[in-house]
Design a protein around this ligand. Structure first.
Ligand SMILES: *Cc1c(COP(=O)(O)O)cnc(C)c1O
Length: 427
């Protein structure tokens, strides 16, 4: 049979009602291009002629715009779901900064001003131990900048073998550091590193000693590591990557290091993420002495890593906000979550929707091993796809054949939508 003659014409395909919504969402040109590709595949015999519309829709799927979702996974900082949801004030600040804004301009004098000075001032106020602060795209960028400015040209970064962390999606901190031209000097063993290990590795080629928080894994048993305080006095700067972005110690997460603590213990430079426990936008935060931060700020790479005005606006508002959604999700009591779960289960009135006590986690490289008591509305696992593809999409987690809609990371303001989504499920 000649496939070519059976392939539907473009105007016929574009007239198919299944493509109307796609034309509205992506514009006719993009849909037409996808149709042409599907027709070529049909002519080549790769798909059936009657599959052209379906193939077009499938090809357009990745082009769909990002959608807001309800995070019922019980993972407070879910990297695939955008990590920290912004505070209301931060969302408003982003909208306000979206047009022309005085990001690098002094309205009083009419002259150029330091870029992002309000965010820098807010960070400096929150961390009085820091002589100066700087903001880049993310924590990985902060580490790359530190390595490029202080250790490029083959100078050495001394780091424990127990702290060579893969941060996710195949990216590893040691490889990131080496990509700047620095050399890594690994010391100690996976489970144990002593101060002597560091001391005997430090030499004339050492640029700095790096301390990386084991933020997404735990080593248990016969272990030993050296804290920032005991790395002082080796004659080289100490750089600490605390990961989560906690500025001050958090009593609920005693194992998480904080920026202020690391500086008090004597770190010369501290790096952290903006969109983890700090609860702000994606950003990399650098805190340290004025001279060191100045050198980083003047390094050519700093320009390539600088953040845009939307990030700066969100960061400033986050730092001024009394509380963030992440902070609320961390602090809400298990009792309050259970009450909400009962309310939702009662309202949807389905025999297969039951309340279950569960454990939530911080996620995104924070507080590994910490379980936060939580409550879920539990449904048969077969409803996972329907909820995920609904409007709004609801993402839960499947455990032991049940779909758990964990409420810890769901703001109470979304409970009504959650009820509606569950109520709309079939049998
Ligand atoms: C998350 C994390 C990083 C990477 O931070 P990004 O902001 O995602 O670039 C680096 N180091 C540690 C210890 C982390 O936890």
């Amino acid at each position: 049979m000649d496939h070519r003659r059976l392939v539907p014409r473009t105007d016929v395909v574009l007239g198919d009602p299944r493509l109307a919504a796609a034309c509205a969402a992506f514009g006719r040109a993009q849909v037409k291009a996808a149709v042409a590709k599907a027709q070529r595949r049909a002519r080549a015999g790769e798909i059936e002629p009657e599959g052209v519309v379906a193939a077009t829709l499938e090809a357009l799927r990745p082009a769909a715009p990002m959608r807001p979702v309800i995070n019922a996974t019980g993972v407070l900082l879910h990297t695939n779901l955008g990590r920290a949801p912004l505070a209301e004030a931060a969302i408003e600040a982003v909208a306000a900064a979206a047009g022309a804004a005085d990001v690098e301009f002094d309205l009083t004098t009419g002259e150029r001003a330091r870029r992002g000075r309000s965010a820098l001032a807010a960070l400096a106020a929150a961390v009085p131990e820091a002589g100066d602060v700087h903001v880049v795209n993310n924590n990985a960028a902060a580490l790359a900048l530190a390595a490029a400015a202080l250790a490029s040209g083959g100078r050495e970064i001394v780091v424990s073998r127990g702290e060579l962390v893969e941060i996710g999606d195949g990216f590893r901190i040691p490889e990131l550091l080496e990509s700047t031209g620095a050399r890594l000097r690994e010391v100690g063993a996976t489970n144990r590193t002593t101060r002597d290990d560091y001391a005997s590795a430090v030499g004339p080629d050492t640029a700095f000693v790096l301390k990386v928080h084991q933020s997404n894994f735990r080593i248990e048993g016969f272990t030993g590591s050296v804290g920032v305080a005991r790395l002082r006095g080796l004659g080289v700067p100490v750089v600490a990557d605390v990961g989560s972005g906690l500025l001050a110690p958090e009593p609920l997460l005693p194992g998480e290091p904080s920026v202020r603590q690391a500086l008090r213990e004597g770190a010369d430079l501290v790096t952290a993420s903006g969109d983890k426990l700090l609860g702000g936008p994606q950003a990399g935060l650098l805190f340290g002495g004025a001279e060191l931060i100045g050198a980083l700020r003047r390094h050519p790479l700093a320009r390539a890593l600088r953040v845009d005005k939307l990030t700066l606006a969100a960061l400033t508002a986050t730092l001024h906000a009394p509380e963030t959604p992440v902070g609320r999700a961390l602090r809400v009591s298990a009792g309050a979550l259970e009450e909400r779960a009962r309310m939702i289960a009662g309202r949807v009135a389905r025999a297969d929707a039951v309340v279950e006590p569960v454990s939530a986690t911080v996620g995104a490289g924070g507080a590994p091993g910490v379980r936060l008591p939580s409550a879920a509305v539990s449904l048969p696992a077969r409803f996972a796809a329907a909820l995920r593809t609904g409007d709004p999409p609801v993402v839960g987690r499947v455990e032991d054949g049940r779909l758990l809609l964990d409420l810890r990371a769901v703001p109470p303001s979304r409970d009504g939508e959650l009820c509606k989504a569950i109520g709309a499920l079939g049998e």
